[in-house]
Ligand binder design. Structure first.
Ligand SMILES: Nc1ncnc2c1ncn2[C@@H]1O[C@H](COP(=O)(O)OP(=O)(O)O)[C@@H](O)[C@H]1O
Ligand SMILES: [Mg+2]
Length: 198
């Protein structure tokens, strides 16, 4: 870890310039990001806070920070999507997430990058999923198909199942065990729904 050009403290200080307060969340996230970039397993995270408390701001700040550091901009494959997008998965679960990670890898590594390098980048991505409270299995007591589809897509990706997807005319089998997932959840949702989330 000594040779790695980034310490959690430094990430914390950078993020704190944009995000006011929320020190605990910023600290935990900073540690997870550095661990992940070093190649150690980092736990997936759920950011829980009131609407307007800075969850989206924090995710954006991480994205911008990693993009601003030239030594990381080509190794850190970061995407941020709204959970709603997961409901648009008509052609196989995970397509929205994997498609974006793949496109990022192409941009970062170049048009002629070897396929194994692209896949490695995709499988070591950082995936922010904002507003997971939007993907509810039920709305007003009725089944909510979009929510159910989105939940299944997310769980399939996160539960380390092998997910098949197609990019550039190739079909790949993707395994998410090295991806860092960070989800954002509005606290009001927890207060309104004291039962299980799904
Ligand atoms: N902790 C914070 N630090 C800096 N700005 C914040 C913070 N919390 C909220 N804001 C500001 O308030 C607005 C809403 O914050 P946002 O990050 O979208 O909240 P959330 O995603 O938790 O609902 C943003 O424009 C942001 O600039
Ligand atoms: Mg938000």
């Amino acid at each position: 870890m000594d040779a790695f050009p980034l310490r959690p403290r430094e990430v914390f200080e950078e993020l704190s310039k944009t995000v006011v307060g929320q020190d605990e969340a910023i600290r935990e996230l900073s540690v997870a990001i550095v661990k992940h970039l070093v190649g150690h397993p980092a736990p997936n995270m759920l950011l829980i806070g009131n609407s307007g408390s800075g969850k989206t701001t924090l995710m954006r700040a991480v994205e911008q920070f990693l993009a601003s550091r030239s030594e990381l901009s080509h190794s850190a494959n970061v995407i941020r999507i709204n959970a709603n997008v997961l409901a648009e998965e008509h052609q196989g679960y995970g397509r929205a997430v994997l498609g974006r990670l793949f496109a990022n890898a192409r941009t970062q590594l170049g048009a002629n990058a070897p396929m194994p390098d692209l896949l490695r980048s995709v499988e070591h991505g950082i995936v922010f999923i904002d507003e997971v409270d939007k993907i509810r299995a039920q709305v007003s007591g009725e089944p909510n198909v979009r929510g159910i589809v989105a939940q299944e897509a997310l769980l399939t990706l996160m539960e380390n199942e092998n997910v098949e997807y197609t990019a550039d005319g190739w079909t790949f089998v993707f395994n998410s065990s090295h991806v860092l997932f960070v989800a954002g959840l509005a606290k009001e949702f927890l207060l309104r729904h004291s039962g299980p989330l799904v």
